[in-house]
Write a protein that binds this ligand. Sequence first.
Ligand SMILES: Cc1ncc(COP(=O)(O)O)c(C=O)c1O
Length: 411
Amino acid sequence: MKKFVYADNAATTPLSDTAFEAMKPWLTEFYGNPSSLYRMGRAAKEALNDARTAVGKALGAAEPVNERNDFAPGEIIFTGGGSQADNLAIRGFVHGPTAKGRRHIITSKIEHHAVLYTCEALEKEGFTVTYLDVDSYGRVDLEQLKNALSEDTALVSIMAANNEIGTIQPIAEIAALAHAVGAKFHTDAVQAVGHMPINVQEMGIDMLSLSAHKFRGPRGVGVLYVKKGIALEPLVYGGGQEKGLVSGTENTAGCIGLAAAITDAVEGMDEKMRYVRGLTDRLVEGVMKIPYTHYTGDPVNRLPGTASFVFEAVEGEGLILMLDNLGVCGSTGSACSTGSLDPSHVLMAIGLPHEIAHGSLRLTLGEQNTEEDVDYVIEAVTKVIATLRSMSPVWENGKPNLTAASELHSH
Ligand SMILES: Cc1ncc(COP(=O)(O)O)c(C=O)c1O
């Protein structure tokens, strides 16, 4: 019988009941503008501040500065999602006073486009950007980082975990290297928050981006954590909300939903993630039984729910559409799906041959998935790959010439 299995939790996650219930009153009864002076407005402002406190706690940020639980000015800035947080962090920092006129930025080749395109735009303004290479597991080259750092480096921005292959970076080590030359450290932790332990103080993080919909909060709301003492140039000018950095009437319900979701995600995370990792291991084991299949990403230091593969002689878009017909939602970094000629920049950066990168599949599980789901996905993927290969001229003509598995990582 056809099932429905959502295995694309890195794209977005279903809103949790806790987040939905927390949001409801702020969507219905309490619609006051948080900037209004009367009681309903003040209640919204207070609820927003409580939400800031909850986010600060979940990230291990500094303690609230007063008995009202207000954070130090600017520490938790609500944004319209992860992309806005990344833009505010990078653009806002290098244009702001804390950068002290330094003009160099270091990032990696496998960042999300919210980071990469921001850096490219800054290059057009005359900033210099170093894009660090990664190894075949997707790990940033720390030697190259050390060599690239200089007295002109304003900011190092490296993601905590990659959205396509799940590889986790040594964030604390990178932050320490950045600080050694007086640079600040930003991390795009959009895929990491709620899925792995993050503590901004212990890890030496100066700025951190997160997005609610990756940990069962609502879409369209995120946070930039900014360490006390760092001054940014605003992202949006206007009424002065969010310490003047992101003007616009606050998305009260969204911010409250974010806070409820992050609190939920962080509570009992170890146990939940052990469960999710178990499911992912089962999935990887099953899918790797398909011939000419390669695992992509770091098999050890990876997000618990991420499993990514490439299948030789398969085209990713066909794979996704046929899986959809069997009720399975997954995603691909194939060229067709992204509308460009090249497969995803991440798969290129880890050194996959072009033609193999076209057959990529990312399956990302969450705590709502079950072993039954996983077994169904394995069955569906196995079936679809066999069907696609039976129709593929590459498979028919080239089977003996397909890339030797030893040239790639096969786990
Ligand atoms: C690593 C990473 N950064 C940034 C973003 C952008 O987040 P949002 O869609 O909330 O703007 C995403 C979303 O996929 C992501 O995975």
